[in-house]
Design a protein around this ligand. Structure first.
Ligand code: ADP
Ligand code: ZN
Length: 614
């Protein structure tokens, strides 16, 4: 059936090309065969053909005409050809305008206007059109279209040449860490397995489910698992695929998708990035009209289902806030499931799934890895395991060690290790900077997360770092903890100042300052931790368009106060760091020296150097 479809496409393209050329040919013949003639006299062919036409410039032509020497003239754009009264032929370059024509008419010249264009000019118009049609045609086929077909919609579903997509072999046991979401969609499985039973009970059956959540949290995976559990076909597409370069392409793609779905019900239709077609009016890249048409078609298809058609549409987005409300009405995507980033236990469960495919050695504790990967999505955790396996292979080991996992994590977080050689100066700077962070972390160990390690091995854009290992997922911080964390952030710069001098401080603390500012801002603007500002939520969203912050309900005066409070928190933290480091200068120096010597220090090593029992 797909073969037919692409054959159709060829035919359409051919007809379009033929039509373009055909039209042009018609136009030409029309003007050639019936030129506008004023007044018509028979042409003297014989003389015209024999003599080579005399060439004239415009003024020669005009004076010949006013002198009554010209018998006939055929004007084609800026060229006039014809015969003189004496029988000779002429050819002249002219400026074509109405006044000139009048003049010629008065002089008794028989004028023929020829509007046809020359062959080359003709090709000049036709060739680009043909090329353009070919180009569009080739894009439509696309490099990914090896299986044939129009767009991405069918491409994924029918790659193997039959009209039924491969049934998903992914089941719920391949999905971990998002138990709530799993529970919510498990009902769909029952429905897909026994649609008749559901409709007998008179239950209103779900048609559309919207999965929202950060990228890589497993939305696609979960949708596939529903299809796999129910053992029904899975038709997958993406909102961005509906935006074609041809207007109306989205509509036909949606139609095609649902036609396939109806033929294969019960089944799952999955639409990733639904926001690409389903966002509110006036936003997005797709031309608005085209997008609305596509969206309408989707709604029409969904509204048109029989109640027990057995088709469930699952859509995914990481921007549920920008969706058009028409999508969320009853009978459409009226069920919403929010998928959060996995918590510590969730991360451990996801890691376990991927660890089963690898051989881990005794040093690995997935619980520790889960603790050190807060904020990782399922996809990132899968990637972590994969990277660790690659690192193990690279060091020719058959098993993955805790160190491989640690390195893989650093690589994902910060980029690959840099092979650049740091100058001695850079190294010294990094050592003092990281020693500062490490010392303050130990100093405030009761108020902050324990250290994992400190290193001056450069990675990504960082010259070094101190990593922490959260004990458990903290959902809130108290003011003392925020102050301590801010001091730890600022301790890198503070150590630079204390050891290298005020004018030697560097740009190396950029990321620290950004992190501190974010935390301080959150504390005063959202958490109500500033006495001066009090407990009002200042709806300030950072990271809108172009990373600008957007203030919604903040007066200018409050905004000023907010900035002042943030600055005061950070200044205080910096002052605190300088004080702590100055007081324990020899200890911090010892840490820096050891870092220079060994490049990486574990938490245990740091504690030993500082004489603290861990
Ligand atoms: P999304 O659609 O939310 O962007 P995906 O479902 O495409 O995320 O996830 C990409 C990959 O990451 C999956 O194929 C799977 O390998 C892994 N992954 C993501 N979330 C999970 C999870 N909860 N459990 C297991 N693996 C996951
Ligand atoms: Zn730093």
């Amino acid at each position: 059936m797909l073969k037919n479809f692409s054959a159709n496409k060829y035919l359409i393209a051919f007809l379009v090309i033929a039509a373009v050329i055909g039209l042009d040919i018609f136009g030409r013949r029309g003007s050639d065969s019936a030129p506008a003639t004023v007044p018509e006299i028979p042409q003297i062919q014989s003389t015209e053909k024999r003599a080579k036409p005399a060439e004239m410039n415009f003024s020669e032509f005009l004076s010949a005409a006013t002198a009554g020497k010209i018998a006939t003239a055929t004007i084609n754009n800026n060229e006039a050809t014809g015969t003189m009264k004496d029988g000779g032929a002429f050819k002249a370059q002219i400026v074509y305008d109405a006044a000139m024509l009048k003049q010629l008419g008065k002089s008794g010249v028989s004028i023929t206007i020829d509007n046809s264009t020359g062959l080359w000019e003709r090709l000049g118009v036709v060739v680009p059109i043909v090329l353009m049609v070919l180009f569009i045609f080739l894009i439509l086929r696309g490099p990914r279209m090896a299986g044939g077909g129009l767009g991405g919609v069918t491409q994924m579903t029918i790659t193997r040449g039959n009209s039924v997509p491969n049934k998903s072999k992914i089941t719920f046991k391949d999905v971990a860490g998002i138990e709530d979401a799993k529970k919510e969609v498990s009902e769909l499985v029952d429905f897909l397995k026994r649609p008749a039973e559901f409709s007998k009970l008179g239950a209103r059956l779900p048609r559309g489910v919207l999965l929202s959540g950060a990228p890589g949290t497993g939305k696609t995976l979960l949708a596939r698992a529903v299809a796999g559990e129910a053992n029904v076909p899975f038709f997958s597409s993406s909102g961005s695929e509906f935006s074609g370069i041809l207007v109306g392409l989205g509509v036909s793609k949606v139609r095609e998708l649902f036609k396939l779905a109806k033929q294969n019900a019960p089944c799952i239709v999955f639409i990733d990035e639904i926001d690409a077609i389903g966002q509110k009016r006036g936003k997005g890249l797709m031309s608005d009209h085209d997008r609305e048409q596509t969206l309408n078609q989707l709604l029409i298809e969904m509204d048109g289902f029989e109640n027990n058609s057995g088709i469930i549409v699952i859509a995914a987005t990481n921007r549920p806030d920008i969706l058009d409300s028409a999508l969320l009405r009853p009978g459409r995507f009226d069920r919403q499931v929010y998928i959060e980033l996995p918590d510590k236990d969730g991360r451990r469960d996801i890691l376990k799934i991927y660890a089963e495919k690898l051989k881990l050695d005794g040093s690995v504790d997935l619980d520790v890895t889960a603790r050190g990967t807060s904020g990782f999505s399922g996809a990132e955790l899968a990637n972590l395991m994969n990277e660790a396996a690659l690192l193990a292979v690279r060091r020719k080991s058959k098993t993955v060690s805790a160190k491989d996992l640690d390195n893989a994590r650093d690589k994902i977080l910060m980029g690959p290790e840099k092979s650049i050689k740091m100058t001695d100066n850079d190294k010294k700077l990094a050592a003092y900077h990281e020693a500062g962070h490490a010392f303050l972390s130990v100093h405030y160990r009761d108020l902050s997360d324990p250290i994992l390690k400190a290193t001056i091995i450069p990675r990504g854009r960082a010259l070094g770092m101190v990593q922490h290992l959260p004990k458990d997922e903290k959902r809130s911080l108290n003011l003392a903890e925020i102050r301590a964390t801010l001091s730890i952030y600022m301790a890198g710069r503070a150590a630079e100042e204390v050891f290298l001098g005020k004018d030697k401080i560097t740009t190396g603390a950029m990321a620290d300052i950004a992190a501190a500012t974010n935390l301080a801002r959150h504390a005063v603007a959202q958490a109500g931790l500033s006495k001066k500002l009090g407990m009002i939520a200042l709806n300030e969203t950072v990271g809108g368009w172009g990373g600008m912050s957007r203030r919604e309900n903040v007066s200018d005066k409050t905004a000023e106060l907010l900035d002042a409070e943030i600055k005061s928190l950070i200044d205080k933290a910096y002052g605190d760091s300088v004080k702590v480091i100055t007081k324990s200068k020899p200890k911090v120096k010892k840490l820096a020296d050891e870092l220079l010597k060994r490049e990486t220090l574990s938490a245990a090593e740091i504690n030993k150097i500082l004489g603290i029992k861990s």
